[in-house]
Design a protein around this ligand. Structure first.
Ligand code: FPP
Length: 266
């Protein structure tokens, strides 16, 4: 949440909200989340509240995405994963699905120069084989253009669902057991992790969900095991750099124990 309790944390304007520069000054650059995951929610409600079609919300949401990517790359976040289209989003009217696929193409072509200038590697997580040709071509272009970059990984979750990702991993592992490439005893958490779309990446430390809902919506179910959750009422198209900085700052005030206890704790 944006409001911060406690006098010592008051912003200079006395409003209780810290400004971007105050947040930047307080964020510990040595304790950044390695992986941030964002559910970009509230586009439809944002648009409806303005008497616009829902798809306008998605278009404005692209600006928020640009700002989140820019800020994360600048801070030195290792991985940013954004939920752009879930396995359940096919249930939406075809026009909305088409607009979202079109926006993906537009996003790639508009942003790829800046993404490369910021050394970002573009990846997709999810079953992208079901996406329209134009979307798959745009993604191929983005992968190719960014593949030699060495900075932040941007995972765009497209036709992604946490459960279907786990089913896919189970099938791949079962096949390997059947073919004798993996022993039953060899199945452990690491092996499962190695069969997820995010193989080789750190798990999310921080999940951000704007727009007021408090659920995980089939996002990164396995990987989220120890993520810190941060919610805010702001709709995604209004989500700005300061919200992200606030989430990171609040994350740094959390006491992460990973099921253990604090040193010397009871
Ligand atoms: C959820 O809001 C948002 C989405 C399903 C799409 C997110 C897409 C973008 C931010 C822009 C496009 C970017 C790319 C890379 C494709 P909602 O529509 O569920 O909002 P609601 O809960 O208010 O209805």
């Amino acid at each position: 949440m944006l409001r911060i309790r406690g006098k010592n944390k008051q912003g200079k304007d006395g409003s209780g909200e810290l400004s971007e520069s105050e947040l930047m000054a307080r964020i510990d650059m040595t304790g950044l989340p390695r992986h941030i995951a964002i559910i970009m929610d509230g586009n439809g409600r944002w648009a409806r509240a303005r008497g616009m079609p829902r798809t306008f919300g998605h278009r404005y949401g692209m600006d928020s995405l640009r700002e989140a990517v820019r800020t994360s790359a600048e801070l030195g976040i290792k991985v940013l994963t954004v939920y752009a289209f879930s396995t359940e989003n096919w249930k939406r009217p075809p026009e909305e699905v088409n607009v979202l696929m079109g926006l993906l193409v537009e996003y790639v072509h508009k942003e790829i120069d800046e993404l490369c200038a910021n050394n970002v590697v573009v990846r997709a997580i999810g079953d992208i084989s079901r996406l329209p040709d134009s979307a798959r071509e745009a993604l191929r272009y983005a992968f190719e253009r960014s593949r030699n970059n060495t900075g932040m990984v941007l995972n765009i979750a497209l036709n992604y669902g946490g459960r279907s990702e786990l089913v896919r991993a189970a099938r791949q592992i079962a096949e390997k057991v059947r073919d004798g490439r993996v022993q039953l005893e060899g199945i452990d958490e690491r092996l499962v992790g190695d069969h997820l779309y995010t193989a080789g990446q750190p798990d999310p430390d921080l999940l951000i969900r704007p727009a007021g809902d408090y659920r995980v919506s089939n996002f990164l179910l396995w990987q989220m095991a120890y993520a810190e959750f941060w919610f805010c009422p702001t709709y995604w198209p209004d989500f700005r750099r300061r919200h992200l900085l606030q989430a990171i700052y609040d994350f740094q005030q959390r006491d992460r124990r990973f099921g253990g206890i604090k040193e010397g704790g009871k």
